[in-house]
Design a protein around this ligand. Structure first.
Ligand code: ZN
Length: 259
């Protein structure tokens, strides 16, 4: 029996996982979530993503050499996001395409992603985004949507390279310098304003005015994606300026082009 053709022409073939379900009624995928596999080898990760007992999966799987498999049809809800939140939505498995990138992750020593693998991820994201109409600022890290639980794909993932290929929303991180900063235990209106900025960009954060553990986790997640040089959970001037620049340049917030 022949397998169905992949949804993306960039996938070499379908390698079916049984782990999927129906997307929520009327919901079409409008975001891409990137992961690292976080296991010693790609083969082990692939086995887990296809094991019904594990109850995890993704739509696409990208090997170190850039080869791409499709595990779950795009029309189906894959199980990769888990408990997560972005822009006020929580059933992100229903709204997303999940891509697992073979890399052993932080626990495996954070080895660099090979350039050929990143090329494949960029091409795949660009192809899916073009075909499904996914906006750049909705190509996100697992850590962005689950900051309390997840670190992938990690601060060693080259978001700047993806952006140079037209994928994702990104600005150069503001230079790290001295000056005022906010950290765990701080309270007050400036902390509340900072939390509101993170929420405006999409992070799931309560605007309480208290720089608590959850706030620190969001700041770390933000830094892993957008200020990768230093991931410390401290909202320094560089972090805040980078966030402000992102909000100011977010494509969906730009006024429509004059015709
Ligand atoms: Zn993940």
């Amino acid at each position: 029996m022949s397998q169905p053709r992949p949804d993306s022409p960039l996938a070499a073939k379908v390698f079916p996982s049984p782990n999927h379900g129906e997307r929520a009624t009327g919901v079409r995928p409008d975001m891409i979530v990137l992961h690292y596999t976080g296991m010693p080898t790609g083969a082990e990760a692939l086995g887990r993503l296809c094991n019904p007992v594990a109850e995890v999966s993704c739509h696409y799987f990208v090997w170190e050499d850039g080869g791409i498999l499709q595990l779950v049809p795009e029309a189906r809800r894959a199980w990769h996001a888990g408990l997560s939140s972005w822009a006020g939505e929580s059933d992100l498995n229903s709204r997303s395409i999940g891509i697992e990138i073979v890399n052993p992750g932080h626990e495996g020593g954070s080895p660099p992603f090979p350039a050929v693998q990143i090329d494949a991820v960029a091409d795949l994201c660009a192809e899916i985004s073009g075909r499904l109409g996914i906006r750049p600022e909705r190509v996100l890290a697992h850590s962005d949507i689950a900051p309390a639980r997840k670190r992938d794909p990690g601060e060693f993932f080259p978001w700047d390279v993806l952006h140079a290929r037209g994928v994702g929303h990104f600005v150069p991180a503001a230079r790290i310098a001295g000056g005022r900063f906010f950290a765990r235990g701080d309270e007050g209106q400036p902390v509340q304003a900072l939390q509101a900025m993170f929420a405006l960009y999409g992070y799931g954060i309560a605007v309480t005015g208290v720089y608590d553990e959850a706030t620190e986790q969001v700041v770390r997640a933000f830094q892993r994606h957008f200020r990768r040089e230093q991931v410390d959970g401290v909202a320094d001037a560089s972090t805040i300026t980078t966030l402000r620049d992102l909000i100011a340049t977010r494509p969906s917030l730009k006024p429509p082009l004059a015709v």
